[in-house]
Design a protein around this ligand. Structure first.
Ligand code: ADP
Ligand code: RBF
Ligand code: MG
Length: 153
């Protein structure tokens, strides 16, 4: 993992599967297909933590999932970011940048939606703690997050 992380990704936020993650209190901003395809081939699916910003704005903690969402039996690989922040408005079409710094766990199936939500809340707690460690906190100032947004992604 050390060779693959940190992984830097940016792309325009697209509509996801519309399952109402937002209603569950855990909205996830979905990356477009091209960003998912550009992930390193040897990057394991699962849950990651790191930093994110929207349109080069405030840098915020995030958790991100990569995979086929076993709970929903997806056939398409997705890459979804939950930014640990309450936004006033949706930001579809905006540019989301993420720096993935650490791996939390593989994706798994759950026997109920409540268990899935419980697991994600545990991920959020772990991300908050890990991101306060000096080696992770330093990435909050990384130039990538403030560099000019590439209009072709
Ligand atoms: P979709 O299926 O379209 O991805 P979601 O219910 O997962 O729908 O909601 C995701 C959308 O909610 C994002 O694209 C973004 O515009 C908005 N949003 C609001 N707050 C957040 C947040 N804290 N993290 C991620 N997305 C958020
Ligand atoms: N989906 C799964 O099927 N299994 C998982 O273990 C799982 N873990 C997730 C962890 C995080 C931090 C996030 C943001 C999403 C995760 N998902 C997982 C994806 C989830 O199914 C998807 O966001 C749904 O749309 C939530 O309703
Ligand atoms: Mg989503």
């Amino acid at each position: 993992m050390e060779q693959i992380l940190p992984h830097f990704a940016e792309g325009k936020v697209v509509k996801g599967f519309g399952r109402g993650s937002k209603e569950l209190g855990i909205p996830t901003a979905n990356f477009p297909e091209n960003v998912v395809e550009n992930l390193p081939k040897d990057l394991p699916g699962g849950v990651y933590y790191g930093w994110a910003n929207v349109d080069n704005g405030e840098v915020l903690k995030m958790v991100l999932s990569i995979g086929w969402n076993p709970y929903y039996h997806n056939t398409k690989k997705s890459m979804e970011t939950h930014v640990i922040h309450t936004f006033k408005e949706d930001f579809y079409g905006s540019t989301l940048k993420v720096i993935m710094l650490g791996y939390i766990r593989p994706m798994r199936d759950f026997s109920s939606l409540d268990e899935l939500i419980g697991a994600i809340n545990d991920d959020i707690q772990e991300a908050k703690e890990k991101l306060d460690l000096p080696e992770n906190a330093s990435y909050k100032q990384n130039n990538f997050l403030f560099d000019e947004i590439k209009e072709d992604v």
